[in-house]
Design a protein around this ligand. Structure first.
Ligand code: B3K
Ligand code: ZN
Length: 928
């Protein structure tokens, strides 16, 4: 089955970017203007964030970091809300932090400055300097109060950063640098202030007024207006500020913390969605309990709010006490959301909740340290999900994600270390590398220190740095100090880009009964890093005897053997490990649980892979053996397609595959993972020159051949697993396996299978089965498929999140005519280029999950995406930049496709008024 890839990590989903959103909407190129004291307006030559053709935007470097020259102790904000002209009054209490002559330089973007006062003295234009995105004041006293009134236009904000309108309601997104689109500020994470926020708005249109912290006052105002005042006692950086105002209802519940404090939990949604909040609420409660039990972290405010909005650039945002979520990661009912959606919601709710400690209480000094909070929080949410379900299945899915999305990033022109050295637009660096590889780095620390040692390190980190903005070095230092360990070589993981390769070989000497394991590490150069240094890599391994039992391990020089697996620590380019008392040739089980984010090569024979598939005592490695076996088989098929030879099913592979299917002892979810073939993207990564057509044909052939050869078994397992009820992990595993069997049956093309899928669709009482049937039918052109798709659209056309599934299915459909289908979807009444979820469902899915048509030889797929990038860039540069990444690895293809992709990138770079976001990705792709 084709795997639908999101354009980016779902937590980050969808990233946001800055850049000027107004290009084609008729707003003037700069909004940084001043209207002085309500009298004459002096327009300033504002510096657009758009890239002017002649001036490439400057990069920001980690080495240039300097502490802030001013601190902001407290901020009083007053918002007078209006979609067209919102007034933001702010009063900043400032204290100098450093030399006396340092001016105060505030950031601002697309703001109209109406008033400015210093310690209650109105300032005249000569008293300050407003240029581009900087407001500069000289000669300020050590401590002072600056009051500003700015005007902004939330309804015209299509970039969805700063204060904007979604579904008629106001909401904000400030990470990374959105706060500067609300008011002038020191918009950097190492400036932490205490916020008090007053919101005034029309009471009928905006009955709910929310901000961070606790509600301290509220009441009515003349002319049908009302107000609310929120105070957040925890100093925070501006990126964690949030405001929401609108016509929302809330689902309320509570949580009692381990010290007995009652926390008021609220999930705010539009009224028609109130019946889709139960799962999100349960997930929140579970996350709060888990973080107390697992890491001793307790919540700190009296209230925790989540607001679901439909227009959101990513998955969700961890604003202090007031998370704003993409509605996709909140709303779920079994009939509208799949099991995968339920699991993703639970994980994103947990992720944002966990940020309260790993991100909010301890935050990042600068944006180069982003993985400090993101890598750690992804690791924490992965562990949470593993504890809620089957650990091995979770690990398999995370590794698949890493390999399919992060490894290619690390091998392409956008490659960057977990702690990047420079960026043009920080929003482009909310990446798989910072998030997922960052989480792997944290996981490796846990593997090296052990769970208890890791917990000690984390406790010390939180104790030492609570209330501070710190670096990834501070994190590693806490781990070292709490465990008396030296992790200096390990630190290289933060600074070195690229996926390391481990090449292992083993030789057995029956004379001495020893097994010699040689492991060599290397890493290809990446841009700006021609030489790679050896890394500190934990290699968890075991040796299996002929019956699949773990051989007790004793290395040369050790007195006694240790049962089970062990962690070898690689620190040099090559290591040789000589295991004693190994009477016969063992089968090594290496990199268990995927103990490091590397590629591993070991010359396994097919027989050894089949053996590991059946016997490895590590669940992850049992799955991995199947994947490596399937990979070999698929590579053979790809070569056969390319050589025009007939395609044959490998009998040994089919047999091993069939044994997994017949293994009733395994959990259904694990069987389903084992029976899922490596995706087309992963296969592409293994080829010197990517051949999308051969990959697709080979994989489709193998699915069809397995479906036909093992039809009876698939049918039997289908029957045995059909009709699972409930939303627990066991029922979900059964549905997954059941739908997988259906897909194989349909891949075989049998009329009976199509009939079965039709019935499966017709009788589905949940979205997982409905989607399972539709996916299976996607491979079977004909009436059943067309009817089911039409029925689905008619049934769900008024539910945008469900309709996205229908959009996505068709965008990934590999049948001929894809381009017209995608164009048709873009003119569907439910589609809007302004809504990031719709763009991801149609254009994102087409570019990432329909390689045959996206890479059509005539360049039409590339052209469609390029046109869309340019259209989107004028509205929402962050989403546009994400879409460009689909073109960035053009060098991996044949000459003709290379030419087509390169020309598209050149067309993008040459486009006048491009955002910095898109410029950075497109130009790096061309250079890299
Ligand atoms: N911290 C946000 C991501 C913000 C992205 C800004 N471009 C979501 C998360 O990782 O939890
Ligand atoms: Zn996060």
């Amino acid at each position: 089955m084709l795997m639908a890839h999101s354009l980016v990590p779902y937590r980050v989903w969808d990233m946001i970017n800055k850049g000027r959103p107004f290009g084609k909407l008729g707003r003037p190129p700069s909004q940084n203007a001043i209207v002085h004291h309500g009298s004459q307006a002096h327009a300033q030559p504002g510096c657009s964030r758009k890239m002017m053709k002649e001036t490439a935007p400057a990069a920001i470097h980690l080495k240039d970091y300097a502490p802030p020259r001013w601190r902001i102790l407290s901020v009083d904000l007053c918002f007078v809300l209006d979609p067209e002209d919102t007034r933001v009054r702010s009063r900043l209490t400032l204290v100098r932090n450093g030399q006396a002559e340092a001016p105060l330089q505030l950031n601002g973007q697309d703001l109209v400055l109406h008033h400015i006062r210093l310690d209650d003295r109105p300032l005249q234009p000569g008293d300050y300097h407003l240029e581009g995105e900087t407001l500069t004041l000289h000669d300020l006293p050590e401590r002072c109060e600056l009051s500003l009134e700015t005007g902004i236009a939330p309804a015209a904000n299509t970039a969805l950063e700063g204060l904007y309108v979604s579904g008629g309601n106001f909401c904000t997104q400030c990470e990374a640098e959105g706060f500067r689109r609300i008011t002038w500020f020191l918009d950097r994470p190492d400036v932490m202030a205490v916020y008090t926020v007053r919101i005034e708005a029309d009471k009928a249109r905006y009955p709910v007024l929310l901000s961070n912290g606790n509600l301290t006052d509220s009441g009515d105002l003349p002319e049908g207006r009302h107000f609310a005042v929120w105070h957040d006692p925890f100093p925070k950086p501006s990126y964690l500020f949030a405001l929401v105002a609108g016509d929302l209802v809330c689902r309320r519940d509570g949580f009692t913390t381990r010290t007995g404090r009652e926390v008021d939990l609220r999930i705010y949604v539009q009224r028609h969605n109130l019946d889709k909040c139960d799962h999100a609420m349960r997930s929140l409660q579970a996350s709060m309990g888990w973080d107390e039990d697992t890491f001793g972290r307790e919540y700190d405010l009296d209230i925790y709010m989540i607001v679901a909005v439909d227009d959101f650039n990513m998955g969700a945002m961890e604003n202090k006490g007031l998370n704003v979520f993409n509605s996709k990661y909140v709303l779920a009912r079994p009939d509208t959301a799949t099991d995968d959606d339920f699991v993703a919601i639970e994980s994103v709710i947990a992720h944002e909740y966990f940020h309260n400690w790993s991100g909010n209480r301890v935050t990042c000094r600068d944006w180069f340290q982003l993985s400090l909070k993101e890598g750690l929080t992804v690791f924490r949410d992965q562990e949470f999900t593993a504890d809620q379900s089957l650990r091995a299945v979770k690990r398999i899915q995370d590794v698949q994600r890493l390999r399919t999305l992060q490894f290619p990033e690390d091998a392409g022109p956008m490659a960057h270390p977990v702690r990047p050295q420079s960026y043009i637009e920080i929003n482009n660096f909310y990446t798989m590398t910072v998030y997922e590889k960052g989480a792997e780095v944290v996981r490796m620390i846990q593997t090296l220190l052990g769970r208890e040692g890791f917990r000690r390190g984390l406790d010390l980190y939180f104790d030492r740095h609570d209330g501070q903005a710190v670096t990834t070095d501070d994190f590693v230092k806490a781990m070292e100090d709490a465990n008396a360990r030296d992790l200096s070589r390990f630190r290289r993981w933060y600074d070195q880009a690229g996926t390391p390769l481990l090449e292992a070989t083993g030789t057995h000497d029956p004379e001495t009964a020893t097994y010699r394991l040689t492991v060599r590490q290397s890493c290809l150069p990446t841009k700006g890093q021609p030489e790679k240094l050896p890394l500190h890599i934990p290699l968890v391994m075991a040796l299996l005897d002929a019956r699949g039992r773990e051989i007790p391990l004793r290395l040369e020089g050790e007195d006694s053997a240790v049962a089970g697996e062990r962690t070898l620590e690689l620190t040099a380019p090559t290591h040789v490990f000589v295991f004693q008392d190994v009477p016969e040739l063992p089968v090594p089980s290496l990199l268990r649980g995927f103990s490091a984010p590397v590629n591993l090569r070991f010359p396994y024979t097919d027989a050894q892979l089949a053996f590991l598939m059946a016997h490895d005592t590590d669940d992850f490695n049992r799955w991995e053996a199947g994947q490596q076996f399937a990979l070999k088989v698929l590579q053979g098929l790809i070569e056969a397609v390319q050589a025009g030879q007939p395609l044959m099913l490998d009998a040994r592979f089919a047999q091993a595959f069939g044994q997994v299917l017949a293994n009733g002892a395994l959990d259904a979810a694990l069987v389903a993972e084992a029976l899922t073939l490596p995706g087309e993207g992963y296969l592409a990564e293994q080829m010197a020159v990517v051949d999308v057509d051969a990959i697709h044909q080979a994989r489709q052939f193998l699915r069809q051949a397995l479906g036909a050869a093992l039809g009876d078994r698939f049918r039997a397992v289908y029957e045995a697993t059909a009709g699972a009820q409930g939303m627990d992990a066991t029922a979900m595993g059964r549905r997954r396996l059941c739908n997988l069997c259906l897909a194989y049956l349909c891949a075989s093309g049998e009329a009976e299978a199509v009939a079965l899928a039709r019935t499966h669709y017709g009788s589905a009482d949940n979205m997982t089965d409905a989607m399972g049937a539709l996916r299976a039918l996607l491979d079977c052109p004909g009436e059943a498929r067309d009817q089911a798709l039409a029925h689905f659209e008619a049934r769900w056309r008024d539910d945008p999140l469900v309709l996205d599934k229908w959009f996505g299915l068709q965008a990934m459909d590999a049948a001929p005519g894809a381009l017209d289908r995608v164009r048709g979807l873009m003119s569907h009444p439910g589609f809007s280029i302004r809504n990031p979820n719709r763009v991801r469902a149609v254009l994102g899915t087409f570019a990432m999950a329909n390689p045959v048509h996206f890479h059509a030889l005539d360049g039409s797929g590339h052209g469609l995406i390029t046109d869309s990038v340019l259209e989107l860039d004028a509205l929402n540069p962050q989403i546009a930049a994400r879409l460009v990444t689909s073109l960035s690895r053009w060098r991996r293809f044949d000459e003709e496709r290379q030419g087509s992709m390169r020309r598209c990138l050149e067309r993008i770079v040459a486009h006048p008024g491009l955002s910095r976001d898109v410029y950075e990705v497109a130009s790096r792709s061309l250079d890299g």
